[in-house]
Design a protein. Structure first.
Length: 297
């Protein structure tokens, strides 16, 4: 077994595919390829995954991802058509005079590979987003510096998490029983110090098995994981995009989250939150084509 190998754990029935991040004697640090899980495992418990298995699992995840993206794209079109229909077209007959302004996203991720996948989704769905690869322990400090510069509508705070095996008499109510939930909580608190109003800054926080209740109590609008389950790497992205393309005059329907995530309400939940999408007019002009007469000496 070596760094970069794709493996599954025998003791867990090979349910999740991992990539070996590091090997220390007889122990390996492994990261989920599709789920936001960072774990350690005895090397002897790991089995290399066959190419056929990798291909099958990747195809299944890709199909599910495409279905979710298609659903969000349909939601975007419906949102745009509905918002534009609310304007009085008799006064402004040219519907092309309008422009869309989805909510801006600031995405902090503790995994560089997941960050790349997330940014690709934002780009595909035409969502303005800025992403940063940040270790979970540094997210609060990074947010403190970034928020005044970026001024996002939506913040995504995610990476790796999980319930610790090493904690004796594990208490799921305690943040000490989780690998990174306390770091996510600190980051959410910084976000709320910057903007206390829940509808002016939407916060999506957490990863696999994160302390859902603590994240909400610290100020997150949406968080993982109510059922303490593994969440897909892109689940926080789908929730953020949903908020970005929901009108400021409407709330993000929590029940709809299940149709845009791969793990449903056991993976992600939240509170009633207004969207960040706006329609404006007139459409921005091509300034290079304007014939403007200077008016200042």
């Amino acid at each position: 077994m070596k760094q970069g190998d794709l493996v599954v754990r025998k003791s867990y029935g090979g349910d999740i595919t991992f990539r070996i991040d590091a090997v220390f004697q007889d122990m390996a640090v492994i990261k989920g390829t599709e789920f936001r899980l960072l774990a350690d495992s005895p090397v002897q418990d790991l089995v290399n995954v066959s190419e056929a298995t990798i291909k099958r699992r990747t195809q299944q995840a890709h199909i599910h991802m495409l279905e979710s993206v298609k659903s969000i794209e349909q939601h975007q079109r419906q949102q745009t058509e509905r918002r534009r229909a609310e304007f009085k077209f008799s006064e402004v007959p040219d519907s092309s005079a309008y422009f869309d302004m989805p909510g801006k996203i600031l995405h902090l991720d503790g995994d560089s590979n997941y960050l790349q996948k997330s940014m690709a989704i934002y780009n595909q769905l035409r969502v303005p987003a800025e992403g940063h690869y940040v270790h979970e322990s540094n997210m609060a400090d990074m947010l403190y510096r970034l928020l005044p510069r970026v001024h996002p509508d939506i913040v995504v705070i995610t990476g790796h998490d999980g319930v610790l095996k090493s904690v004796k008499d594990r208490d799921l109510y305690s943040l000490q029983s989780y690998k990174n939930s306390q770091n996510f909580v600190k980051a959410v608190q910084i976000a709320r110090q910057f903007e206390r109003h829940l509808d002016l800054l939407t916060v999506v926080a957490g990863a696999c098995q994160s302390h859902f209740e603590a994240l909400l109590q610290s100020g997150a609008n949406f968080a993982s994981s109510p059922g303490r389950i593994m969440i897909h790497a892109l689940d926080p992205v789908y929730v953020a995009v949903k908020a970005s393309y929901t009108s400021i005059g409407e709330t993000v329907q929590i029940g709809d989250i299940t149709s845009h995530t791969m793990t449903g309400l056991d993976g992600l939940g939240g509170i009633e939150t207004r969207g960040s999408y706006r329609v404006g007019m007139p459409k921005w002009k091509d300034l290079s084509s304007l014939n403007v007469t200077p008016s200042v000496i």
